[in-house]
Design a protein around this ligand. Structure first.
Ligand code: GLU
Length: 505
């Protein structure tokens, strides 16, 4: 067992990071920070066939947005660099050689055709202790044959030699002890001469060992590989410092059957990636939480509860609290259903508790996109008035655009319902009253306008709704005097005048 807690998140840069991967990274982060340990990012890019340009940068950007900082990573470096597996080739060669020398692994020269022929002639064929004797490998060929094949440049793979009939124990912090008999395992390929690169299994074990990783926390799709990894640790003589495993259950579709996929997001209209992603080959765009107006804190809070619970009803947690409270004892053993409505609810809650100044900063780019430039102090006031009504920052525009631009048209239904023959004359009177007003505070406006309506025996609802129509363009919005106070006397009068002239036409 290792003394210091060191965990790693080890994605393969094969595309955008799935939100389930973000949850895995988050649990790694929480566990590391709780123990004062290290959180390492390692890029597992040994499969050149599946490498996607831009994916590594995407991963780093996503964690930067989320505020989950790595202690060591390809961009940051660290004591155990390099953190990109493609740059660690020579390191793996050394261990491949060691396994071969020990007789714990062997070379196999079977061609894809030969393997295919076996698969068709033997039901459920697997390359193992029973079948390896019938194959072309360094266990069946003479030393001279092997040597001449290698020298002639024949392609080969290195396979791990699994001895049958041995119980392999995987100690899992979530599932407890899982025992698998080695007889069910096959002699997995751990290295390919074609590209001089190890496969995932070997690279993963070697790096976890060399990087002093104490806990391997990853998705349950890797649980079937864990016995092989344990076998590799043993074969390399590293059993005593083997990491503890924790395999996290899947994130499930909202309906609960099967793994949450990008297609579910497309079908139901929610992102499954932290940031927007443009496929470099097809140009296809996938939406991201960031671009959809989510706050990183809300995403973290939401993900933390998908597969872990605090044991009580509390739902809102700061990152600090999560670090304190997280434990594998309260991590679920079965899959967690993805609930998009809940994600929205979290974001709404976080928007409410975000200081107005901060929220205004996030709203400014949305305004800029709409061609609006406004003073941050003004935006801050608008945001303060309107944030209760939204779940996402961009939604603030739909709710509050009238604070920034005067209406250019008037909602027909509201006009029909509220605009009466007497409305223009009433609005002219109102304009005159506003013009006279020195104290334009909401309180004073209300006092004077209410008195005017009362004195004239006007219909309060109609007058105020026509007033609103002129200011907003439709029958929505916050308290009317909050609007006028913010946009100011001049602008309020201008809008009233415009309504009178354009609605009358
Ligand atoms: N490279 C693997 C992945 O893409 C890592 C799995 C592990 O954490 O061991 O998920």
């Amino acid at each position: 067992m290792r003394e210091r807690v060191r965990v790693r998140f080890a994605p393969s840069p094969t595309g955008p990071l799935h939100i389930g991967g973000v949850r895995t990274a988050l649990y790694n982060y929480l566990f590391a920070k709780q123990h004062g340990g290290d959180f390492v990012l390692r890029i597992e890019d040994t499969d050149s066939q599946r490498f996607v340009p831009g994916a590594e940068q995407y991963i780093e950007d996503a964690f930067q947005w989320l505020g989950l900082e790595y202690d060591e990573s390809p961009s940051k470096g660290g004591e155990f660099e390099p953190y990109r597996q493609s740059e660690r080739k020579e390191i793996y060669h050394q261990y491949v050689r060691e396994l071969l020398d020990k007789g714990a692994a062997y070379l196999a020269f079977d061609t894809p055709q030969e393997l295919e022929a076996k698969r068709t002639s033997i039901n459920n064929f697997q390359y193992d202790a029973t079948t390896r004797v019938q194959m072309r490998n360094s266990l069946t060929l003479s030393q001279e044959e092997v040597q001449s094949l290698v020298e002639s440049g024949a392609q080969y793979v290195v396979r791990i030699k699994i001895e049958p009939g041995i119980d392999i124990k995987v100690n899992d912090l979530i599932r407890g002890e899982v025992v698998i008999n080695s007889s069910v395992l096959d002699d997995k390929v751990i290295f390919k001469s074609a590209d001089e690169l190890p496969t995932y299994h070997l690279a993963n074990v070697v790096d976890d060992h060399l990087m002093n990783i104490s806990h391997v926390i990853r998705g349950e799709e890797w649980l079937p590989s864990a016995p092989l990894h344990v076998w590799l640790y043993r074969s390399l003589g590293w059993e005593d410092s083997m990491p503890q495993f924790a395999h996290l259950p899947l994130l499930l579709k909202p309906e609960g059957n099967g793994k949450l996929s990008k297609r579910d997001g497309d079908r139901l209209g929610f992102p499954v990636f932290p940031l927007q992603w443009k496929d470099p080959k097809t140009g296809e765009l996938s939406s991201g939480y960031r671009e959809s107006g989510y706050l990183p804190e809300a995403v973290i809070n939401f993900l933390a509860l998908l597969g872990w619970n605090p044991g009580n009803d509390q739902e809102i947690f700061s990152l600090k609290e999560l670090i304190e409270l997280f434990s594998f004892d309260r991590a679920g053993k079965s899959g967690a259903k993805f609930d998009y409505e809940k994600a929205k609810w979290f974001n709404h809650k976080y928007i409410q508790s975000t200081p107005n100044g901060e929220l205004a900063q996030s709203f400014l780019p949305v305004l800029a996109e709409k061609g609006v430039s406004a003073k941050p102090e003004y935006v801050e006031k608008v945001v303060g008035l309107m944030k209760d009504r939204v779940s996402f920052v961009p939604e603030l525009w739909q709710q509050s655009s009238f604070f920034f631009v005067a209406p250019t048209s008037y909602d027909e239904k509201t006009v029909k319902k509220r605009w009466k023959a007497e409305s223009p004359a009433q609005m002219e009177e109102l304009i005159a009253i506003l013009q006279e007003m020195d104290d334009f505070s909401a309180k004073n406006q209300e006092k004077i306008i209410m008195k005017w309506i009362e004195d004239k025996h006007y219909h309060l609802g109609n007058v105020m709704n026509v007033f609103r129509l002129a200011l907003v363009g439709e029958g929505k919005g916050p308290h009317i005097f909050d609007i006028t106070t913010l946009i100011g006397k001049e602008e309020s009068i201008k809008r009233l005048k415009k309504a009178v002239s354009s609605i009358n036409l």
